[in-house]
Design a protein around this ligand. Structure first.
Ligand code: TRP
Length: 337
């Protein structure tokens, strides 16, 4: 039962939900690293609009958020000539393979997913079925491209493990080379940006208190205000210390943005106060983000160019995805045309 599969170099794939606003944490922890990785691997990056509708979305907002996600990838340096950049709903094979994988996923294992438990507990009594089968669609996203590596945060590791389980289950029925089994990829240089109001928690797009999150498109004034009112710690000496998570977070932000070491940053603040650290950190963030914001707006202003880029990305993604889907359909015993 072996069908020749072309020999790929390592394939890397990741995606973000085009909902809420992208944070500085998403940028420093994920998107900026993808830019470095695109030269080393064969990369697929996309915006998962099908996943977004597992919770109610305002149509206009979803449309704008999806364009903004793509514009942000591009402004950050994702190069559509070097990797495949696209929108999930443009490639029908995602929905098609998701159905098949639904038939090979078990109620019990989907029920154990932490993200499902979290999100469904907030849905009241009408829990959308899509929220439950969300991981099968994510598995389809990954398996369609014979993906080796998936850069994700710790919260998504459980979904990658489930993807592996489903792939191995189908491989044992239909042949070992039906699916490539993916691994999570934790980037060595990925910065972990913490919430400004609650610095032991990761900065999040959907935090309860917006003051804790820096959004990529915040105005310089908003950013300065949020940094200024960030929670620091008791004491006044600037040290790099786990017991001072607020101060440490600001130092880490400077490290991530300037490439200097934590001890170099700390040395700047001998005999100075937290206020100095906050003011400088805000300046560094603003001067890094202002040019990026300009580029995002330029891309958003040129819908024709965005549309051209997305059409090309969808074409390349669909070509690869159709190959995988055909391989799976053939093995399942569907009549081919
Ligand atoms: N579930 C991921 C998240 O919430 C987004 C996602 C969807 C994804 N499909 C993916 C991430 C495929 C990596 C690979 O962040």
């Amino acid at each position: 039962m072996t069908v020749e599969r072309p020999d790929h170099s390592q394939v890397m794939l990741s995606a973000i939900q085009p909902t809420n606003r992208i944070t500085l944490g998403n940028y420093l922890g994920a998107i900026r690293n993808w830019v470095k990785l695109q030269a080393q691997y064969q990369c697929y990056f996309f915006a998962v609009d099908l996943h977004a509708i597992t919770v109610r979305q305002d149509p206009k907002q979803l449309l704008e958020d999806t364009y903004t996600a793509i514009a942000t990838y591009l402004a950050s340096g994702i190069n559509p000539d070097e990797c495949v950049l696209f929108v999930q709903s443009h490639v029908a094979a995602h929905s098609q393979l998701a159905w098949v994988l639904n038939c090979f996923s078990y109620m019990g294992e989907l029920n154990r997913m932490t993200q499902y438990k979290d999100k469904s507990s907030k849905s009241g009594k009408n829990i959308p079925v899509g929220l439950f089968t969300y991981p099968a669609l994510m598995a389809a996203d990954i398996l369609l491209y014979d993906t080796n590596l998936v850069p994700v945060g710790a919260d998504q590791k459980q979904h990658i493990e489930l993807t592996r389980d489903i792939a191995l289950r189908m491989n044992s029925v239909y042949g070992d080379d039906t699916f490539v089994t993916p691994e999570p990829f934790i980037a060595p240089s990925g910065a972990r940006v913490m919430d400004l109001q609650n610095p032991t928690k990761k900065m999040s797009k959907s935090a309860e208190n917006e003051k804790g999150s820096l959004f990529l498109m915040d105005s310089p004034k908003q950013m300065q205000k949020k940094i200024k009112s960030s929670v620091t710690d008791s004491g006044s000496e600037v040290t790099y210390d786990d017991n001072k998570p607020g101060v440490k977070n600001l130092i880490d932000l400077q490290v991530a943005l300037t490439g200097r070491t934590a001890s170099e940053v700390v040395a700047d603040y001998q005999g100075k106060m937290y206020g100095h650290l906050k003011a400088d950190t805000a300046d560094i963030i603003v001067s890094e983000l202002e040019p990026l914001q300009k580029k995002v707006l330029q891309y958003l202003d040129d819908r024709g160019e965005l549309q051209r880029i997305l059409t090309k990305g969808a074409g390349a993604a669909a070509e690869k995805a159709a190959e995988t889907l055909k391989r799976v359909y053939d093995r399942i015993g569907f009549v081919g045309l």
